[in-house]
Design a protein around this ligand. Structure first.
Ligand code: AQP
Length: 327
């Protein structure tokens, strides 16, 4: 049986990048696989400082957003990671099978390290092990990931192999389901990815932005001095990012979009893209607002999700305990 696992951090309302790079395919995967688990990974979010009140709100914001985007709590298991304690328990076990140099060589850690004077927490260093635990805890076979997460999935695969070798066949080797969408770039700096934690107000388009916000952000999007619509990510990253977004939200190819937009000046084109994004997100925005007004419902969904996740997790973790000699 195929089992899918993926996660999103409760670090704010999801944005256009999260939507196109992850959530859209999460929705599609429901019904295509035996079981599908989506986790709001709050344990991961505290690898960098979080304000407790904001974190609490963000968990519900993300739950509402996922449901509004089409995650159906009846067809997939939607839950908050910290409500299933086996994640941290298995993380410890797997951490004892992982060498420090293996983690130190992961590119994401190297980047973080070179970006910071102070080297960050043990949690930030070890979070790929927690990711491995998230995946293996459900004996997941498939993991939807972006390209930047491939090395982390390889760590999960290696960890599964090491465990199996030492303690007998337990975990399937999880396979990536690579997202076809290229990274959505920041509207303020088309060489960096769009990100929830970007402090620049006009850089990130959230799925709940008002039509006016969306128009403003696209109008101010950084492009270049050529007033023409072409797709050339190397030389024209700004306009190409707009083209990629336009294609993705309208379900067209990049070529179709470029062909349609022939003769438009960049300023006019920004307007076209903004309207396409508004059309895509309007119903989602209304649904997030509706759901967000009913915290009781969201909490119920999450606690039922946690119960279902826990049922599966505890069976696997009991097997792990037996194999390592804890029981
Ligand atoms: N810009 C992006 N383009 C395409 N996909 C993206 N994802 C994130 N940004 C882009 C994908 O969204 C999923 C959930 O991401 P996450 O919440 O786990 O954390 P992240 O990748 O660190 O995203 P952010 O928005 O940059 O969050 P912060 O600022 O909190 O770190 C993942 O599948 C990710 O690939």
């Amino acid at each position: 049986e195929e089992r899918v696992f993926s996660g999103i951090q409760p670090t704010g309302i999801p944005h256009l990048g999260n939507y196109l790079g992850a959530l859209e395919s999460w929705v599609r995967l429901q019904g295509q696989h035996g079981s599908v688990l989506y986790s709001i990974v709050d344990l991961h979010s505290i690898t960098v400082p979080q304000d407790p009140a904001r974190l609490r709100t963000s968990v519900l914001d993300v739950a509402a957003s996922l449901i509004a985007c089409g995650i159906d709590p009846e067809r997939s298991i939607l839950f908050q990671q910290s409500q299933v304690s086996e994640h941290t328990e298995l993380c410890w076990v797997l951490g004892c099978l992982t060498s420090i140099p293996r983690l130190r060589h992961l590119p994401q850690w190297k980047q973080t390290k070179s970006n910071r004077k102070n080297e960050g927490s043990v949690g930030l260093f070890a979070y790929p092990i927690l990711q491995a635990a998230d995946i293996l805890l459900y004996k997941s076979t498939h993991v939807p990931v972006g390209e930047d997460q491939i090395q982390h999935l390889e760590l999960a695969q290696d960890t599964a192999r090491i465990f199996n070798q030492k303690y007998g066949d337990c975990f399937p080797i999880p396979q990536p389901l690579l997202s076809v969408t290229r990274k959505v770039k920041s509207l303020r700096d088309p060489t960096s990815k769009m990100s929830k934690s970007d402090p620049r107000k006009l850089a990130t388009v959230n799925i709940t932005d008002t039509p006016d916000d969306i128009r403003l952000k696209f109008r101010k999007a950084v492009t270049d001095f050529t007033s023409e619509v072409t797709f050339d990510p190397e030389n024209r990253p700004g306009v190409s990012n707009l083209v990629a977004i336009h294609a993705a939200v309208t379900g067209q190819t990049v070529e179709e979009v470029v062909h349609q937009s022939e003769g438009l000046e960049t300023a006019q084109y920004k307007h076209v893209v903004a309207e396409a994004v508004i059309q895509k997100f309007s119903p989602i925005r209304a649904e997030v607002q509706r759901l967000r007004a009913d915290a009781g419902y969201l909490e119920k969904v999450l606690s039922r999700g946690a119960e279902k996740a826990k049922e599966r997790a505890s069976v696997v973790y009991q097997e792990v305990r037996r194999r390592i000699g804890f029981s």
